[in-house]
Every structure is written in structure tokens, then in C-alpha cells.
Design a protein around this ligand. Structure first.
Ligand code: BES
Ligand code: ZN
Length: 584
């Protein structure tokens, strides 16, 4: 037996799945999917086949001819879920599992009409990364095994089902509609994704449209109208786009991430709709995953930096191409701040601050941090600086060409880089990034004249004139750089002059609220209460609940707000906040 991925029961000596045929009926009343999954294997091989499942109720398992196959569902383990072992007889290459999902399936969030913008229809969406696909479909839930799939979803006729796949057609039967999709390119299971709700499309360009609830559609289309330019900029950096379409889905406010790179249909938090396109670096990030992550994939969560570090690097290259070096440097500086913050947060778990992690017995959702993103970015920047941009661009192209539609480990990355850029790893002290904790001393630091100007104003109340050209990224940096002992009166003056408590930009607003709450500036509390009742993005929940619960005075408020709002948060976000409150 060989289990190469610590987060999957997959045994690499068993045959791999080639295609999935998935049919599911979405039942909003019981919050279950009634489903069948047909797996076709790359080869027939008699013996056990181990699949990952979580909270699935297995009804029966049959072969391609409908004959029952013996199976055993093991008791659940807390992180991995339950192993489903099917005994395959000689010559059987196909099996169908009939099952239903649990109302608490970890990949799903079921929203009531009142939790949507329109307030009339329920909403359902999936979020499978890193290891939640198994709560939707019994499969080999490891990114090493890519599958092509076909899917049909039966939903109430008033609703639209969208999938991160190619649309085939919709039929209506009585009160229900059946929507058919197919995914011709092989994808890791964590990229299986769909959403069901009152959704309408608007065209953004020849290869893109945005989906949103009708109430949000115009604003979303305006915010994301630059997506086609972005696609073309990315293609000129990384080569042709392999996924045909790049559509966007504006999620309900409880979506726990900024964005999720579901292929052909990126999921985005509505908090990006700032009215001035200032947060579209998140779109650039998810687009960049079309190369780094979706095409070239980490072999397991232990090599997550290969997905995210490369993608942050690619995101900032896209940003540089579209908005210039200064803007890219501002984002680099924001990243550096986030990295320092994360290092502090994980100071008692230094092993989680090396890029190559060891996660046996660790839930990937708990190991999640900015470290693979920003330390990974610094590592790739260091390599780029060491060999020069032109050489590094060539390296990147060869990396993408070599591993396209495959998964790799950090060790394979090292071997590849050693071959392609001899001596470069030693030159940047790659081990300090990959294997050792902390931020390496020689790490590149972003430099720009705008950053220097900003630093000179640190901790002051700038004149209106001094800030008239500031982008939201500069505001965010200014606020994150406020000295931790800044007096309350500074906050009063800043708010009087710049109305930060009213900011429409969620990044600026959260940076402001966190700094103001830390300083004990009371007027920030009411805005925080409202915000925490509206938004479920973890990037904001964690620092806001964190800063509230760190103050003796506000700890009870943090608890009562959480009690009131928990229902509305995604289960992963709920878990994340619970952890913060329990440690406070
Ligand atoms: N793939 C991630 C989101 C994710 C990571 C979901 C791990 C589940 C488990 C996505 O590409 C991402 O990194 N989103 C960031 C955007 C950012 C770095 C610009 C986010 O959500 O904040
Ligand atoms: Zn990402």
C-alpha cells in the first residue's frame, strides 16, 4: 500500500479514475444532494479501490451492468473522512455509487433567501479546496489524480445552475430544470464547483461574462469590465489560455474567500465591488491560477506554495503589465506586511512557516495562511533577481510546458530548477525559503518612490493635498503601518478629515477598523458590528474578531456578535473564528 497524499485514502497502487459522470438533484428543503457518481477507471484491475468520502450516505454500489459490488464504508476520521472501499472483480472498469450528501456537507453552503441580495430565492454553492470534494462525490480526492467529467444538476425551475465547466444545455421538466455541463480538460477534484441561485449573465468580452444576482449584475459588470485586457496581458506573459472561457461568478457576501479559481468560472466575493476597480488584483490572481495551479498543480497540500506562491508572482506580473511597476510594488509591500503578520501568528508553529510543509494529522484549512503566498512570492522574486527577468521568463514558460495538466512536489520543482537554472537555488539560499522557518534575511524587498513617500507620512495626519493621488492600496498601507501605540486622537482626526469609517473599499475599511479598534477608538465598534453581520470573508473576519477578542473590554462583544452571525458564515469561516475566540 502506498498513500502519497496525507489527506487522501488514495492508494497509488490502485487504478486511477479517468472520468466522472455525476448526476445530482438539489433538494433545498432537506439540504441534500441525491446523487449518483459513475467513475470510469484508466484500467481494470481486480482488487480493492479506495475512495474518499465525508458524511456521505452510501445507498448502493454497482458495476457498469448494474450488478451490485461489495463495499465497506469505514468509520470517519476527523480530517480525512471515511474511506469507501469497493471490491472490484476481474475486468470491471466502471462503478456507480448511489448516495446522498449530508445537510452539513463541508463543501456546501446553503443560503436562505434572506441571505441573498434579492431576498426571494435560496442559493447554494460549493467550495471544494482543499479536501471538501469528498463531501459531494465519492472519489480519489487528491490533486495528483485529474479527472474529466460530465455533470447534470436538477434544480428548481426558477433557478439557474452554473458550473466551473462547459455548458451543454438546459431542459425543463415540470417544476424542475436539468442543467448539463462537461469538463473536457482533466482537473484535480478540488476544482469541481457549482452554484445554484437566481443568477443572470452579462457579457464582458469575447471570452468572458459575469454572473450575479440581478440586483448586483450592473455593478459587477462595471467593476470587472477590464477582464478581457487582463486575459490578453496574462497570455502574453504565460502563453495561450487553455480553458477557452474565463467567466466570473459574483458570490453572496458569506463566501469565505476573496476568490476561487474554479476553471472557466472564477468565484469572487462581492466585497471586490468597490466602484473603482481597485480590488481587481484578486481577479488577476484567480486568472493567473489558470496557468499556475489549474494547469500545473501542487501534488498535495504539503506543496501548496507551488500553487499560491507562483500565482501571487504571476498576479503581480499581470498587475505590472497593466498598471505599472509602482502599483505592483505597492502590492508587494502589502504582501510583505501580510507575511510578517502571518509569521507572528504562527510563531509557536514555526514548522508551518517553511514553504514545504509536513501535514500528516494537520487539517489543510487550519494550516492555511499567507505564508505559501507571500514567502513563495519572495522566493520566486529572489530567483528572478538572481538570473534576470528574461532568463526567468524562459524558465517559467518551460516549467509550465513541462508540467501542464500534471501535479508536482517541491522536490520535483527543486530537481527541475537545478537542471534548468544551474546554481540559482544555491545563490538565493533556496533552503531558507523551502525548508526553514521565518523570512530569509536576504529576501527581496519592494522599492518604489510612492512607497518612500508613504513611509515619510507614517503616523501623521496628512494634508488633503498630500493624499489626493493615493490609491486604495496606499491608504491600506498607510493604515497598516500606523504605529501600534498611535493615540486615539489620531483616529478622530483621520476620520474627521478622510471619513475612513465610511470607506466603500473593504480592504481600506478593514485596515482602518483593525487599527482603530486596537487603539481603543470607540466609534469604530458600531461600524465593525454592522460589517461582521454582512460579510463572511475570512480574510476580514479573522483580524476583526481577533482584535475585538484581544481587548478585555470587547471580548464579550466578540462572542455575542459571533453567536448572532455564526449561522450566516460558511462552515470553514465559522471554524476559523471559533478557533480565534477559543484562544483569546
Ligand atoms: N485558491 C485560493 C483560495 C483557497 C485557498 C480556497 C485554499 C481554499 C483553500 C484563491 O486563489 C486565493 O488565493 N484567494 C485569495 C486571493 C488573493 C491572494 C488575491 C483570497 O481569497 O483572499
Ligand atoms: Zn490563489
Amino acid at each position: 500500500m502506498a498513500r502519497p497524499d496525507p489527506h487522501s485514502y488514495n492508494d497509488s497502487t490502485q487504478p486511477e479514475t479517468e472520468t466522472l459522470d455525476w448526476k445530482a438533484r438539489v433538494d433545498f428543503r432537506t439540504r441534500r444532494l441525491h446523487a449518483e457518481a459513475t467513475l470510469t477507471l484508466k484500467e481494470a484491475s481486480a482488487g480493492p479501490l479506495d475512495l474518499d468520502t465525508r458524511d456521505l450516505e452510501i445507498l448502493r454500489v454497482v458495476d457498469g451492468n448494474g450488478r451490485p459490488l461489495p463495499y465497506m464504508l469505514a468509520p470517519p476520521e476527523p480530517i480525512l473522512g471515511s474511506r469507501l472501499r469497493v471490491e472490484l472483480p476481474q475486468g470491471v472498469r466502471q462503478l456507480t455509487v448511489h448516495y446522498r450528501t449530508s445537510p452539513t456537507a463541508s463543501a456546501l453552503q446553503w443560503l436562505t433567501p434572506s441571505q441573498t441580495a434579492g431576498g426571494q430565492h435560496p442559493f447554494l454553492y460549493s467550495q471544494c479546496q482543499a479536501i471538501h470534494a469528498r463531501s459531494l462525490v465519492p472519489l480519489q480526492d487528491t490533486p495528483r489524480i485529474r479527472i474529466r467529467y460530465r455533470a447534470s444538476l436538477r434544480v428548481p425551475k426558477a433557478l439557474k445552475a452554473v458550473m466551473a465547466a462547459s455548458f451543454v444545455g438546459r431542459e425543463e421538466h415540470g417544476v424542475e430544470a436539468e442543467e448539463h455541463y462537461e469538463m473536457p480538460q482533466p482537473v484535480p477534484p478540488y476544482l469541481l464547483a457549482f452554484a445554484v441561485g437566481s443568477l443572470a449573465p452579462k457579457e464582458l468580452g469575447p471570452r468572458s461574462r459575469v454572473w450575479a444576482e440581478p440586483e448586483l449584475l450592473e455593478d459587477a459588470a462595471e467593476e470587472f469590465s477590464g477582464v478581457d485586457d487582463m486575459l490578453r496581458a496574462a497570455e502574453s506573459l504565460f502563453g495561450p489560455y487553455d480553458w477557452e472561457r474565463f467567466d466570473l461568478l459574483t458570490m453572496p457576501p458569506s463566501f469565505p474567500y476573496g476568490g476561487m479559481e474554479n476553471p472557466r468560472l472564477t468565484f469572487l466575493t462581492p466585497t471586490l465591488i468597490a466602484g473603482d476597480k481597485s480590488l481587481v488584483n484578486v481577479v488577476a490572481h484567480e486568472l493567473a491560477h489558470s496557468w499556475t495551479g489549474n494547469l500545473v498543480t501542487n501534488a498535495s497540500a504539503e506543496h501548496f506554495w507551488l500553487n499560491e506562491g507562483f500565482t501571487v508572482f504571476a498576479e503581480r506580473r499581470i498587475l505590472e503589465a497593466l498598471a505599472g511597476k509602482e502599483v505592483a510594488a505597492l502590492h508587494g509591500a502589502l504582501g510583505r506586511r501580510a507575511l510578517e503578520e502571518a509569521m507572528h501568528h504562527f510563531r509557536e508553529h514555526p514548522h508551518l512557516t517553511a514553504l514545504r510543509t509536513h501535514l500528516t494529522g494537520v487539517d489543510p484549512d487550519e494550516a492555511f495562511s499567507q505564508i505559501p503566498y507571500e514567502k513563495g512570492y519572495l522566493f520566486l522574486r529572489a530567483l528572478e533577481d538572481a538570473v534576470g527577468r528574461e532568463t526567468f521568463d524562459g524558465f517559467l514558460r518551460r516549467y509550465l510546458a513541462t508540467y501542464r495538466f500534471r501535479a508536482l512536489t517541491t522536490e520535483e520543482f527543486i530537481a527541475f530548477t537545478e537542471r534548468e537554472l544551474p546554481g540559482a537555488l544555491a545563490k538565493v539560499d533556496a533552503d531558507a525559503y523551502l525548508q526553514r522557518p521565518g523570512i530569509p534575511g536576504g529576501a527581496p524587498s519592494p522599492r518604489s518612490s510612492r512607497l518612500e513617500a508613504l513611509l515619510r507620512l507614517r503616523g501623521t495626519v496628512p494634508s488633503k493635498d498630500a493624499v489626493k493621488d493615493w490609491t486604495p492600496a496606499e491608504w491600506q498601507l498607510f493604515l497598516e503601518w500606523l504605529p501600534s501605540d498611535a493615540p486615539r486622537d489620531l483616529f478622530r482626526q483621520l476620520d474627521e478629515r478622510f471619513e475612513l469609517t465610511q470607506s466603500r473599499n473593504s480592504e481600506v475599511l478593514v485596515a482602518w477598523l483593525v487599527a482603530a479598534l486596537r487603539a481603543g477608538w470607540e466609534p469604530a465598534v458600531a461600524r465593525t458590528e454592522v460589517f461582521l453581520g454582512e460579510v463572511g470573508r475570512m480574510k476580514y473576519l479573522k483580524p476583526l474578531y481577533g482584535v475585538l477578542s484581544a481587548s478585555r473590554e470587547h471580548k464579550p462583544l466578540a462572542r455575542s456578535l459571533f453567536q448572532k452571525n455564526a449561522e450566516r458564515y460558511h462552515p470553514i469561516a465559522r471554524q476559523g473564528v471559533e478557533l480565534i475566540l477559543s484562544r483569546a
